[in-house]
Design a protein around this ligand. Structure first.
Ligand SMILES: Cc1cc2nc3c(=O)[nH]c(=O)nc-3n(C[C@H](O)[C@H](O)[C@H](O)COP(=O)(O)OP(=O)(O)OC[C@H]3O[C@@H](n4cnc5c(N)ncnc54)[C@H](O)[C@@H]3O)c2cc1C
Length: 366
């Protein structure tokens, strides 16, 4: 089969949350953008399902907050309980979303200004002037910039000989499911735990349209016996992990299949060496779902890349991607996400946690 050659100003690999946002932002600058994803629709339904205030602000800056699905009003009052009788109330701007539907909507929005195609990337050849990408259907794309937004679920495509820092002590195992039995005026409730033998960090419950979603964040490992026990009987696990839960929520029960997602910390080392190719979001650095920093990290990458760097890179002959990775704002967000992940790992060995939790929440509100 002869190789078919395509051209674009920017080719974006991965039409997930980050790739789709970047395609919209860059095509609005008049660039010819080709957005590729290996799947027509993502099957893993468990990712971010809550947009935090700082993330809402970043999405609004990109002109895309109204594209969330459902486009429901803010969650409203969220009660926070730390297990020791102290309660406080958040009324900050937070939205519950269906991650899957929102990504599909963001893809549709991207398609208004970019070419969107289904294809899997086989290899990448970095080059400061004309990087190239090879697809599994034998097509080859030559662009002025390649953006890799493939989410970190597999290995990097061939040709990107970059190494990664991996820290297996930083892990997060999340359970996601619907809960039924709550009254129609329920808005949101978080139950934070301290150190405990099952390594459970907290439960968050919030409304996504007419459903109530729950995520339980833990430090468990996929092979742990507690994971199979909890997956088989989440109602029992909730009662045992969160004493008195029914006093706060009433008699509730799990009303959907349970999805379990496991993450480990990885960060790409010296990504700037692959000039003409820029790696963003989870593919560049995994962020613990427990901390809720994933979209902040991703949206900061998209905003900085599209607004601060790409216009200058594409105005000249070379892309010089190294400057993006050294951006102080990007470094600070990446460091904060890592610090928060370390905190959740370390606190399972501490005796008192609620003060730190409240400090983190206050910092986020500020
Ligand atoms: C359980 C869970 C809960 C979370 N909760 C929160 C939260 O409350 N708040 C928060 O801020 N963050 C949260 N996150 C993190 C957040 O979901 C991620 O940071 C974000 O979705 C990452 O977006 P991305 O664009 O980097 O990757 P993705 O959205 O995963 O997109 C990657 C895309 O690349 C495609 N792809 C992969 N390989 C190839 C290839 N070779 N060729 C072509 N396409 C390819 C995939 O099909 C996919 O569409 C959570 C994550 C999880 C797992």
């Amino acid at each position: 089969m002869s190789t078919k050659r395509l051209e674009a100003d920017v080719v974006i690999l991965g039409a997930g949350f980050g790739g789709s946002l970047a395609a919209s932002a860059l095509s609005r600058q008049g660039l010819d953008v080709l957005l590729l994803d290996c799947e027509r629709s993502r099957t893993n339904p468990l990712e971010a399902e809550k947009i935090e205030p700082d993330q809402a602000a970043l999405l609004r800056d990109l002109g895309l907050l109204d594209e969330r699905v459902p486009a429901a009003p803010p969650i409203g009052m969220v009660r926070n309980y730390d297990g020791s009788g102290i309660q406080d109330f958040d009324t900050v701007e937070q939205y519950g979303i269906s991650w899957h539907e929102t990504v599909l909507r963001l893809r549709d929005v991207a398609a208004r200004g970019s070419r969107v195609e289904t294809a899997s990337v086989r290899w990448i050849r970095p080059d400061p002037v004309r990087p190239r990408v090879g697809l599994d259907d034998d097509r080859e794309i030559s662009a002025r910039l390649v953006v890799v937004a493939t989410g970190g679920h597999g290995g990097l495509p061939d040709g990107l000989s970059l190494s990664r820092v991996v820290d297996n002590s930083l892990r997060s195992l999340t359970y996601g499911f619907d809960i039924g039995g709550l009254s129609s005026d329920f808005t949101g409730f978080n139950y934070f735990l301290g150190k405990n033998p099952d390594g459970v960090d907290f439960l968050t419950t919030f409304r996504v349209g007419d459903r109530v979603r729950a995520h339980v964040f833990t430090q468990q490992r996929p092979g742990d016996r507690v994971v199979s026990e909890a997956t088989n009987s989440m109602d029992g696990a909730l009662t045992s992990w969160f004493p008195g839960l029914d006093a706060h929520l009433g008699p509730v029960s799990v009303s959907s299949p349970i999805t379990v997602v496991n993450s480990t910390y990885r960060r790409t080392r010296d990504a700037g060496a692959a000039d003409g190719v820029v790696i963003i979001g989870e593919e560049f650095q995994t962020v613990s779902p427990t901390t809720g920093d994933g979209l902040t990290h991703l949206l900061t990458d998209v905003k900085l890349l599209c607004e601060r760097y790409v216009p200058g890179w594409l105005a000249g002959p070379h892309s010089k991607v190294r400057a993006f990775y050294g951006d102080p704002e990007k470094l600070a967000v990446g460091r904060t996400a890592l610090d928060h992940w370390c905190y959740y790992r370390d606190r399972q060995t501490w005796d008192r946690v609620p003060l730190y939790i409240r400090a983190m929440r206050k910092a986020r509100r500020a």
